[in-house]
Design a protein around this ligand. Structure first.
Ligand SMILES: [Zn+2]
Length: 839
């Protein structure tokens, strides 16, 4: 098949069910027609007769033409594979079934249950449904399962058609990547089927409620269709144009000797050390540059693989956090392609980073039956990757064991101040000596942050990444190179002010976090989601921290999803672990961490983000921006650095948004937060925050470790309530820090509370002195009696009076560990807001 024909074939597979979308809008012209017929008519009107329209017409077994061509059969079979999750009506247990076009898509988060491990949680997550709308803004699943009326479908369909027309006018409607993006935007919340089965119990009914979107169904169909084609064609090419291979193409579901697929996993190892082992001034930019470099490297690798394997973006199941997963055909060509990309990438990584990073790509063969339950294959792939990582430099042993190279002449007395390399020439950048790759990353990070800041300010501006295949001569310092030889690419961040703007001579342009189709009408523009939030104009962490409220301290937050592996391997009940459902779940996690996080941290973002309640403990006196930078966010984890108060508040905001979206007590986050002076080395920061995060997990997960101690989120929120309701009203919000009004409690009082409580918390956490906390009460009673605010002060303000009563009450409550930890944290929090300056 010619390359264009293959593209049209994949597009056909991707759009084969588009008729379902239009059908539910209930146009007069479609009355009485099947979704196949509706889809066929629409596609032939847009693309003409041919492979694309035929895919809609001939993808069902009851159509005779389906059985007359190999390509139709492949789409029919791919559709079946992707639909493996669908619930059948079981007359022995189910009560009723009906086709009910208004049902909403069930949230796949609501299906996750890890009850055996978390007996203290509400074990049965409540059922939630996605509202029917386009993807882009902040969306949370709702309680009620109705709302998919023809009117809503019609609005959505018309918006889809408008965007489609705009892309078609620019002849981009035949680009698989662009159409995939358009489909994701408009069909992510459309259920792929609308069969409503009523089971014996509500739970059974929910289990059978449609929960795979039209988008996930469509992309898995397109991915498997391309694999099936490449697999069968490679085996049967001599007779391909003569015969129809009915048995071969639709058979072999239970035959393990016939595995048409490869499940591919990729992993960049050394990522953590690579990002965080840096130690330099100006670290913020170096850090952002490095972490984004890894995003681009993953992206670079994935696009090389797709090219080498003749596949499209539809076959990418997941990318993020230095990992990626693809679905590929089980052919010799594909395996050779993988090997060659892996080799080329490792040669480049060895060259550029001296072995600090390496790339593993592993695969397991997979049969058709795995689409019903792919857990065994995911587990086997994980094993394979582990084994591979252990022998990562086996093939480069001569390099690893070779004689140590002499340091570069520049490095006889000094090393790169960022990464400590000593075999390359060094140059000073703003007073810091850097090796060439650190220098590139530094400038790239600086350019990216500048662009992110600018785009934050302007409503329609976007961040773009220009990509060249030859080094551009005029584009200055911010150009970052990845790869070697012919495969080398050059990247540069810039601001896209209007929808079509790009830099001269580029191969293509990534538009970051842009769902608006008008931008993709420009030739060579491609979508890319990435966490890039970066506020304010500042040179370095020191000057950022100076602008914050209260104490001049930096904060670092590390946060990730608890038991993510378990969620994927056993969160869904056996029988529900289908391939499409896994693909859908991982896409939803990825959307949160790569895309929504930007809007959650941006306090003025509209599109539904304005409905999120943000933590703003000093609201009235501060500008509306979070003084922080999202250094890394992808996969399931987050690294944020900035002013301590903004970072602490961001932790609350992220957790709140995450639990609103997942709405499931089994799916939780743990966070570790540490504070230190801004010149504290980044690698120490990263390590300390990592330890704090581990402590949160060890303390039962679903927790925040901050101020040195761990609290469940629920208690952490109570600590915030104590600060806001019981301490702040006794203090005065001044411009840069809290002050003490005349007649109120003194700073000394808060210090004395801390001095009483803090040792008990520490001792009790270590379980060395559980009984002694009861000695605390008389001391606290004495203190509150002596240090109370004056009568006049309390008389003047009802709020202060209430706060003081509540605070006294709380201090004199039966002291258990959690209670004291909350008090300790809230008082520390207040004291840090009271100190202005660096001491
Ligand atoms: Zn370096």
């Amino acid at each position: 098949m010619l390359k264009e024909d293959f593209t049209r074939f994949v597009l056909g597979a991707l759009l084969h069910d588009i008729g379902k979308f239009k059908q539910r809008a209930k146009y007069e012209e479609d009355r009485g027609k099947t979704h196949s017929a509706i889809g066929y008519e629409w596609l032939s009107s847009q693309y003409g007769e041919g492979l694309i329209a035929a895919a809609a017409r001939n993808h069902h077994g009851n159509v005779s033409e389906t059985w007359e061509s190999n390509l139709s059969l492949i789409i029919y079979e791919a559709d079946n594979l992707a639909a493996s999750e669908r619930r059948r009506f079981d007359p022995s247990t189910d009560v009723d079934k009906s086709w009910h076009q208004e049902v909403l898509l069930a949230s796949d988060f609501s299906r996750i249950s890890l009850d055996s491990e978390a007996p203290d949680l509400r074990t049965k997550p409540e059922m939630r449904y996605w509202p029917l709308k386009a993807l882009g803004g902040w969306t949370v699943p709702q309680e009620d399962d109705s709302g998919g009326s023809a009117g809503v479908y019609r609005e959505l369909w018309e918006a889809f058609c408008n965007d489609f027309a705009c892309l078609k006018a620019a002849n981009r409607h035949t680009d698989v990547e662009i159409m995939l993006h358009l489909m994701e935007r408009f069909t992510s919340y459309i259920p792929s089927i609308t069969l409503h089965i009523t089971g014996a119990t509500d739970r059974d009914t929910f289990r059978k409620h449609p929960d795979v979107s039209l988008f996930d169904h469509a992309r898995v169909t397109a991915a498997s269709a391309s694999c099936l084609y490449l697999f069968y064609y490679s085996r049967l090419q001599d007779r391909w144009d003569r015969d129809v291979f009915k048995d071969e193409i639709t058979g072999g579901w239970e035959d393990s000797s016939q595995d048409p697929f490869l499940l591919i996993g990729g992993d960049l190892s050394g990522v953590q050390d690579f990002i965080y082992t840096i130690s330099s001034r100006g670290a913020l930019k170096a850090l952002k540059g490095r972490s984004f470099f890894l995003e681009l490297l993953t992206e670079y690798l994935v696009s090389n693989l797709l090219e080498e394997l003749s596949l499209t973006r539809c076959n990418v199941l997941f990318t993020g956090g230095g990992h990626f997963y693809l679905l590929a055909p089980n052919t010799e060509d594909a395996k050779n392609g993988l090997d060659s990309v892996r080799r080329a990438t490792n040669d480049y990584l060895w060259d550029a980073f001296n072995g600090a990073l390496s790339c593993c790509i592993a695969y397991v063969p997979m049969g058709k039956a795995a689409f019903r339950d792919a857990t065994r294959h995911w587990a086997a792939l994980g094993q394979e990757l582990e084994t591979m990582k252990r022998r990562k430099w086996e093939k480069a042993l001569d390099k690893v064991l070779g004689p140590a190279e002499m340091p570069h002449a520049d490095c006889l007395t000094v090393r790169c101040e960022v990464c400590a390399r000593e075999d390359t020439p060094l140059k000073s950048v703003r007073g810091v000596l850097m090796c060439p790759s650190c220098r590139e990353q530094f400038f790239f990070g600086e350019g990216l942050q500048k662009a992110a800041r600018e785009a934050n300010k302007l409503l329609r501006a976007k961040v773009g990444i220009a990509v060249w295949d030859k080094k551009p001569q005029t584009e200055g310092d911010e150009v970052l190179a990845i790869g070697l030889g012919e495969k080398q690419r050059f990247y540069k961040p810039f601001v896209i002010y209007d929808s079509h703007n790009s830099l001269p001579g580029t191969k293509w342009t990534y538009r970051l976090n842009d769902w608006d189709s008008s931008g993709y009408a420009a030739e060579g523009s491609l979508p890319l989601l990435a966490g890039i939030f970066h506020a304010g104009e500042f040179e370095d962490l020191e000057s950022l921290v100076e602008r914050g409220y209260g104490w001049d301290r930096a904060g670092v937050l590390r946060m990730d999803v608890d038991r993510l592996g378990k969620i994927f391997s056993s969160g869904l009940p056996p029988g529900d672990r289908t391939f499409s459902r896994m693909a859908s779940l991982s896409r939803h996690f990825s959307l949160f961490f790569k895309y929504h996080l930007n809007g959650i941290l941006h306090l003025d973002k509209k599109d539904g983000y304005e409905n999120l309640v943000r933590t703003r403990v000093a609201e009235s006196v501060r500008g509306r921006e979070r003084l922080l930078s999202l250094v890394y966010s992808g996969g399931d984890d987050v690294f944020v650095i900035g002013h301590w108060l903004d970072v602490l508040e961001a932790a609350y905001d992220i957790e709140e948004a995450f639990s609103l979206m997942t709405y499931n007590p089994n799916i939780t986050l743990s966070a570790g937060l540490v504070f230190a002076p801004p010149h504290h080395p980044v690698y120490r920061f990263a390590k300390d925050a990592g330890e704090a995060e581990a402590k949160a997990k060890k303390g039962g997960r679903n927790s925040l470790t901050a101020f040195g101690h761990t609290l469940r989120w629920q208690d952490a929120k109570d600590m915030r309530t104590m600060l806001v309701g019981e301490i702040l009203p006794l203090l005065k919000k001044e411009q840069r820090a809290l002050g003490t009004p005349v007649g109120s409690v003194s700073v000394g009082f808060l210090h004395r509370v801390l001095a009483l409580v803090s040792p008990f918390v520490t001792r009790n956490e270590k379980k060395t002195d559980p009984a002694s906390q009861f000695w605390l009460l008389p001391k606290v009673a004495y203190l509150t009696g002596r240090a109370a605010p004056s009568k006049e002060f309390l008389k003047a303000s009802d709020e202060a009076k209430k706060a003081w009563m509540a605070l006294k009450d709380r201090l004199l409550r039966q002291p258990d560990l959690q209670h004291l930890t909350k008090i300790n944290g809230a008082v520390l929090w207040a004291l840090m807001m009271m100190r202005k300056g660096g001491k």
